[in-house]
Design a protein around this ligand. Structure first.
Ligand code: ADP
Length: 189
């Protein structure tokens, strides 16, 4: 299997690039943010719970997120591999994912991180807010909080994969095509 963690701060372009990687490598795309938003829209219990955190730019608790992610993987038959987008976002989630994949006799192949500076992120997210309809995109203080949560809790997850020699950082500035090419080169499969 080819299992990719697509990593980077909010607004780095993970969703856009994930769609291309899915095409290129024929993988299943699992975006925790997308799954939470679908649950919020469907007014499920999970959605109601997640919304309380997402609207403030905080992380949804690990247990909830891990349980949801694992059940999504279980729902998938015969996948050639996965792109994990927005997950893992804490070291605890990374450890849980490793254990879970290990039980399935597979593992993370590589984490690829999109590197974009904070001011560019805020600009991109405010621009995206015009169409995304996301409450957490529309308010600069919530965006700044998401970036701060990323720097405080999530950025360290890169070290977790770096220690296993599974981490590659790529420049997230440039055209969509240029960035895809960099990702294909980093993944190399
Ligand atoms: P972005 O990367 O632009 O912030 P996402 O769609 O990945 O957007 O995530 C939106 C929100 O969903 C996050 O701010 C967080 O509240 C919640 N979320 C997504 N993935 C996770 C996760 N792995 N752990 C905890 N919360 C998450």
């Amino acid at each position: 299997m080819l299992n990719i963690v697509l990593f980077g701060p909010p607004g780095a372009g993970k969703g856009t690039q994930a769609a291309r990687l899915v095409e290129k490598y024929n993988l299943v795309h699992l975006s925790t943010g997308d799954i939470f938003r679908a649950n919020i829209k469907g007014e499920t219990e999970l959605g109601k719970l997640a919304k309380q955190y997402i609207d403030k730019g905080e992380l949804v608790p690990d247990e909830v997120t891990i349980g949801m992610l694992e059940s999504e993987v279980e729902k998938t038959d015969h996948a050639k591999g996965f792109i994990f987008d927005g997950f893992p976002r804490t070291t605890f989630q990374a450890e849980a994912l490793d254990k879970f994949l290990d039980d399935k006799r597979t593992e993370i192949t590589i984490m690829v991180a999109l590197d974009v500076d904070d001011d560019e992120l805020v600009k991109r997210i405010l621009l995206r807010a015009k169409d995304s309809g996301r409450a957490d995109d529309a308010d600069e203080s919530i965006i700044r909080n998401r970036i701060e949560v990323y720097n405080r809790h999530t950025a360290v997850v890169a070290d977790y994969y770096a220690e296993k020699n599974k981490f590659k950082k790529i420049d997230g500035l440039g055209s969509i095509n240029e960035i895809s090419e960099r990702l294909y080169n980093a993944i190399g499969a």
